[in-house]
Design a protein around this ligand. Sequence first.
Ligand SMILES: [Zn+2]
Length: 122
Amino acid sequence: MPTYEYQCQACGHQLEAFQKITEPALKDCPACSKPNLERLISGGAFHLKGGGWYKDGYGSQTAKKPRTENDRIDKLTKTLDEDKKKTAEAETSKAESSSGETAGATAPSSGSAPTTSSSTSS
Ligand SMILES: [Zn+2]
């Protein structure tokens, strides 16, 4: 369950809340009872205001991000890596099998031809 940070825009009170992603954002400040809580989503508000979400993501601020954000990035990276592996394996086997069969049929510069065609098709 992700941890959300809230800050009251009226009195500046900050709090953290464990919520499901589907739960509505908290509004009422426990300190001053005004409905002025604003959710700080993974520090995203700061990045967006700075205008450099992607740039900042790779900078030193990465360490300051809440763990939930890093977890998501880790998962994404893993998925991408697995995808890459699969693609690489598929292309290797394709290249191996096709290079034997089509060596005579294709042009002399056949080394690059199978790779280009297979990457565009996938
Ligand atoms: Zn308040």
